[in-house]
Design a protein around this ligand. Structure first.
Ligand SMILES: [Zn+2]
Ligand SMILES: [Zn+2]
Length: 333
């Protein structure tokens, strides 16, 4: 987009930009122009005319920050409680291969910190952390997402779709002792996403799409469905999931002949999710207004990055106490 050089009010060379709408994501091509002024007097004069558009663009920026925060929360959680015996990642013939060593299956505890000694690109690490997590993410992040979205006027729903991966992944068990390798069909995988409507604009929030090579976490609804979606599977539904709702369904379906291992694994995962829930509850639930989410989501891009990093490190410290508990090192506080 060309840098506007003229003041939106008087047309003279501009020196300042409206920080409210600066760097807002586009919903339609070129619908997030930079608004600039020569001085504060012109900015003040132009505000009544600019206000409506600025508010819409600001809302988009808030949505993007909500998506970033949700992604940060999921990935921080997954880095602390990972459940696969991953020993490496290989990108070959357009497929991401997740190499698993069956001898390293973390039987007890089942969830362990993500291996820190892997040489893996940040992009592949995100893909691996998000693998098979789209349902989990909707559940784990439900209350947090509703809290954050509750702070802006919006409608939000979840939907299950058949999506087309850009980069499909495959789990490869080493040694060949377990032949459970599984290729995600390149044509259609089942994927759960969040739909949000704000200011009359539809958006898709997709924080686990990175497992299929979908890089953007906030995408205009129309272009997401045109580019990514083959067909609708279920929904849209009201977004009522809470941290363990998928595990609750699993529990109700447990048959008598299901192994103790399976039950204990689910119980362990539940404990981890509830520990995450405690973090969210302590941060947000004691407030009646959406004020803390506004605080978290406001500020300059630099200020927001600092808040995001603080949120991430706080969550990791919190989850580390669960990991210590799972290893029998300490009691949960
Ligand atoms: Zn001016
Ligand atoms: Zn503006």
């Amino acid at each position: 987009m060309p840098d506007p050089v003229s003041c939106a009010s008087c047309g003279k060379p501009a020196t300042t930009r409206c920080s409210g709408c600066l760097n807002a994501p586009e919903h339609q091509p070129d619908d997030a122009p930079v608004t600039a002024y020569c001085d504060s007097k012109c900015q003040h004069q132009q505000w009544p005319a600019h206000k409506a558009q600025c508010r819409i663009l600001m809302k988009r920026k808030t949505l993007l920050r909500i998506a970033e925060l949700l992604k940060t929360a999921l990935f921080a959680y997954r880095e602390c409680v990972y459940d696969m015996p991953l020993t490496g990642v290989k990108y070959e013939e357009g497929i991401l291969r997740l190499l698993m060593d069956p001898r390293k299956i973390p039987y007890r505890p089942w969830q362990i910190p993500f291996p820190s000694d892997l040489s893996i690109s940040p992009q592949h690490k995100e893909a691996v952390l998000a693998t098979n997590q789209c349902t989990t993410a909707q559940c784990l992040l439900g209350p947090l997402a509703r809290y954050l979205l509750g702070g802006i006027k919006s409608i939000f729903k979840v939907v299950e779709v058949h999506a087309e991966p850009v980069v499909p992944w495959k789990v490869v068990w080493l040694n060949g002792s377990k032949d459970e390798s599984r290729t995600v069909a390149c044509t259609a995988v089942t994927h759960t996403i969040l739909l949000v409507w704000a200011s009359g604009e539809g958006w898709v929030v997709d924080i686990t799409g990175c497992q299929f090579g979908f890089r953007d976490i906030l995408v205009p609804l129309d272009s997401y469905f045109k580019k990514r979606v083959k067909s609708l599977v279920r929904g849209p539904f009201a977004y009522t999931e809470h941290e363990t709702s998928d595990l609750d369904v699993f529990d109700s379906k447990l048959a008598l002949n299901d192994t103790d291992t399976k039950r204990l694994k689910a119980a362990h995962e539940r404990a981890g999710r509830l520990h995450f829930a405690k973090f969210v509850q302590e941060r947000f639930d004691r407030y009646e207004s959406p004020r803390p989410s506004e605080e978290l989501l406001s500020g300059t891009p630099e200020e927001f990055q600092v808040k995001l990093a603080q949120f991430e490190s706080g969550l990791k410290v919190h989850m580390a106490s669960f990991v210590d508990f799972a290893f029998g090192k300490e009691r949960l506080n």
